[in-house]
Write a protein that binds this ligand. Structure first.
Ligand code: HH2
Length: 277
């Protein structure tokens, strides 16, 4: 069987084993690490540390998406991203930019990023056009509603069927616009307009999403882990590792994590026992 590949800007990443995407939030208000890396120098140090620890990709975000977060303008978003992207351009690690804004997508692609991660699933008018003429990979995430209101009593007919239908339609729209080849990841959007039970069901039935495209999953430090363990955000690593391995066991191709070294160790042990991935 041929080894699946993700075409990702300057890189071709093999998906033979689960890939680790390290989270770099250059925001003053992210839920888990808000403010720690809002100065470019601190962000760049954190990025280099994650690369040393074994990150396969870095996901750089300049707008917090935690429930209730305030939106930022495209210019402010770019002011936060530009120095970090410039400093990391030659770091040898694929760079993902986490944004919903077509203008930021275009600027990030021009600055040499390799993946655009859109928690809005490329629904903004012009978002698909922003990535279509480039070689970047895309991550299409499902979110119900908007960050400010998404946790207000979310309801689904069947959460897995609804998320799958949404992701399939977005992937079809991207492919129709010329985003072809193995450049697309899909993501159930854990915590984005979902109850705890919705999140658990999506992880349990992840293979239903992997039929569409390789799946990226982000559970690291999220409120789902807090709800299950009673732990504050600073103490959610063990729970995050358990959820990450449950996702990987169900076929997650990429996992988005804050704690790269610990996640790398957990994956090394898991993969050695499982053998095949
Ligand atoms: N989760 C967050 C942000 N971006 N992108 C994808 N594809 N999948 C996710 O699950 C995901 C994401 C939220 O986490 P974090 O970046 O740590 O927090 P904040 O949005 O507050 O910056």
């Amino acid at each position: 069987m041929s080894i699946p590949i993700l075409r990702c800007g300057r890189f071709g990443l093999t998906l033979q084993r689960p890939l680790l995407m390290g989270v770099l939030n250059v925001t003053p208000d992210s839920f888990s690490d808000g403010g720690r890396f809002s100065e470019p120098a601190a962000a760049i140090d954190a990025a280099r540390r994650m690369i040393d620890e074994g990150a396969d990709l870095l996901d750089i975000g300049a707008e917090s998406t935690r429930p209730g977060a305030a939106p930022v303008s495209a210019d402010d978003e770019w002011r936060r991203l530009a120095p970090v992207l410039e400093a990391l351009a030659g770091c040898g690690c694929p760079l993902s930019v986490d944004t919903r804004k077509p203008e930021t997508m275009r600027r990030a692609i021009a600055a040499g990023c390799d993946l655009i991660n859109d928690i809005g699933g490329f629904r903004e008018p012009d978002a698909i056009a922003a990535v279509a003429g480039s070689a970047v990979a895309v991550c299409v995430m499902h979110m119900r509603g908007e960050p400010a209101t998404m946790q207000q009593a979310p309801e689904y007919r069947d959460v897995v069927a609804d998320v799958r239908e949404f992701l399939r339609a977005r992937v079809d729209a991207l492919r129709g616009a010329g985003v072809v080849g193995p450049r697309i990841l899909v993501d159930p959007g854990i915590g984005f307009g979902k109850t705890l039970e919705h999140n658990l069901e999506l992880i349990r039935r992840l293979p239903a999403l992997a039929e569409i495209a390789p799946v990226l999953v982000g559970v690291s430090r999220k409120s789902m882990i807090g709800a299950l363990t009673g732990r504050d955000v600073s103490q959610r690593l063990p729970g995050s590792l358990a959820a990450m391995l449950a996702a990987v066991a169900r076929g997650a191709a990429v996992v988005r994590v804050h704690d790269v070294a610990a996640s790398r160790d957990a994956l090394a042990v898991w993969s050695s026992i499982e053998g095949s991935r």
